[in-house]
Design a binder for this molecule. Structure first.
Ligand code: NAD
Length: 507
């Protein structure tokens, strides 16, 4: 597909979703596609004043939305899920154009949005608190959950829509308006999602206030304005640990609430009893899928010395034969890196690994499309030590492999990195599995057995510890972050007993 064609497809895809945004603004903010490394649109960015006004408008929307009954709010999200189903192929294509994912992965991301909408619809009738035994006679104690306020959502380029929806679907049923600052690399997918939500809002009727969901196009300065504004009750920020180190303190300074979903340095452990065929397939998807640009991408692999010589040749073969190409033109499994900077950080990490004695397989740039696009062969690096670039996240398809002989030792190294997002053990030994999942096992927010580190379902709480930021989104009880809790004690007696037996008689 040529450069001009991609521009046309972009425009047509946005229009199919219902967006009428001008994508050819003179001297606007250019949006690049990693498929070709060329611009597919030029948008008018939002400035500081736009951000302030959007937050004011969202705050006004909150005044009425919080009084709409939860199940009725759920009806809006149900309609949104219907519209998403109708636009799945278009939104999936938008993800492919902006983030370079294969159609299957692009549509998979939209499916995640549909799934969380379904989850949120059910949740809209289950926003319940506890009734708690009280020590005072004639009293009742309970907790009530109320809408929280405006939710500011900052998202990363590599998942241009699903993480927004994990937040937005829950926030909307919880009674909160949302203001979304997508990555400056993927604003078109955000505008397309907003257009799809607008269709649902139109069907929903008058009890949805204006400005319930807004998109702000721009760079870090827009994200910073959301983080600093005291009218934003919750900031949910997905991106690098570097970004979290800036956003987290800004929100904390004004005692705002924050969900941080930051970088990971995810690992797998292959034990002697592992099903090696299954392990190979799980590692291949976890490490090479989405061109290594998932927060949950497998970046380190500890292989027991007894099976090292069995699995490594198979892995080398998979790395040598994996298809790299334009995912909209071919059925390649590995698409492009997002940009030149990603390629540079990959080559510099590989150089560093090689200087430390690592043996690098793959990693070469591929001749696909124009010179402005960055397609690479995924790299498998056999490392003598758990050291150097292995200790940090490089957002590219590099898998560092290390041999181990003792599980305790492998676990210690597994946990000896900043990131704490996702982890896997491959074993059929009950003891090894339970140790990995125990208090002295993996220290990550996600710990899997016999599946890879990536590809989480929406039903579980998603997020990680340490430099991953500690936030949780999506399923389980993550909804509580979008509401405020009130503890209510009601006295229906004719006395006034004080808690803890305290006496304070005034006559
Ligand atoms: P990034 O940190 O460069 O940008 C993410 C978002 O933060 C963008 O919208 C950006 O404009 C904004 N931003 C950047 N600096 C900011 C600042 N100072 N103030 C306010 N906003 C700011 O990340 P990226 O390159 O887009 O994405 C890749 C990173 O995101 C990787 O580290 C990956 O692991 C992480 N990620 C984490 C998760 C998760 O759920 N844990 C999911 C996806 C991506």
């Amino acid at each position: 597909m040529g450069t001009r064609d991609l521009k046309t497809v972009t425009r047509e895809t946005l229009a199919a979703c219902g967006s009428r945004i001008d994508t050819s603004v003179a001297e606007g903010m250019e949006v690049m596609s990693p498929l070709t490394g060329t611009a597919v649109a030029s948008l008018a960015p939002n400035g500081e004043a736009d951000t302030r006004i959007a937050i004011e408008n969202a705050r006004t929307a909150f005044e009425s939305w919080r009084m709409v009954p939860g199940p009725r709010r759920g009806e809006l999200v149900r309609l949104f899920g219907e519209e998403l189903r109708a636009s799945k192929a278009d939104l999936g294509r938008m993800v492919s154009i902006e983030a370079g994912k294969s159609p299957s992965e692009g549509e998979g991301e939209v499916q995640e949005m549909i799934d969380i909408c379904d989850f949120a619809v059910g949740l809209s009738r289950q926003l319940y608190g506890l009734t708690i035994a009280t020590e005072r006679p004639g009293h009742r104690m309970m907790e009530t959950w109320h809408p929280l306020g405006v939710v500011g959502i900052i998202t990363a380029f590599n998942f241009p829509c699903a993480p927004w929806c994990w937040n937005a679907a829950l926030a909307l049923v919880c009674g909160d308006p949302v203001v979304w600052k997508p990555s400056e690399k993927t604003p078109l997918t955000a505008l397309a999602c907003q257009a799809v939500l607008d269709r649902a809002l139109k069907r929903f009727g008058d009890d949805a206030p204006a400005h319930l969901s807004q998109v702000l196009v721009g760079g870090p300065e827009v994200g910073a304005a959301l983080a600093e504004n005291p009218k934003v009750a919750l900031v949910s920020a997905t991106g690098s640990t570097r970004m979290g180190r800036i956003v987290g303190p800004k929100v904390a300074e004004r005692f705002g609430k924050c969900i941080l979903e930051l970088g990971g340095n995810n690992a797998g452990i292959v034990c002697p009893s592992a099903d090696l065929d299954m392990t190979l397939r799980a590692v291949a998807f976890g490490a090479m899928g989405t061109a290594g640009q998932r927060c949950t991408t497998m970046r380190r692999l500890f292989v027991h010395e007894d099976v090292y010589e069995q699995i490594l040749p198979a892995l080398r073969k998979a790395y040598a034969s994996v298809s790299v190409g334009d995912p909209l033109e071919t059925d390649a499994l590995v698409g492009p890196l997002i940009d030149a900077a990603a390629y540079e950080s990959m080559t510099s990490a590989l150089r560093e690994a090689s200087d430390l004695g690592g043996t690098v397989h793959g990693g070469e740039r591929q001749k696909v499309g124009p010179k402005t696009a960055y397609y690479v062969k995924p790299a498998l690096v056999e490392m003598p030590e758990h050291d150097g670039p292995v200790l940090r996240e490089t957002f590219a398809p590099i898998l560092y492999v290390m041999k181990y002989s003792d599980l305790e030792d492998a676990l210690e190294k597994h946990n000896a990195v900043g990131g704490g997002l996702s982890s896997s053990i491959f074993t059929t030994d009950l003891r090894e599995m339970e140790i990995f999942l125990s208090a002295k096992g993996s220290d990550c927010g996600i710990a899997n057995v016999n599946i890879g580190t990536s590809g989480a379902e929406i039903g579980g709480a998603f997020g990680g510890e340490k430099e991953t930021g500690g936030g949780r989104e999506s399923g389980s009880d993550a909804w509580r972050a979008y509401m405020r809790r009130a503890t209510n004690t009601i006295n229906y007696s004719r006395d006034l007993p004080l808690a803890q037996g305290v006496v304070f008689d005034i006559d």
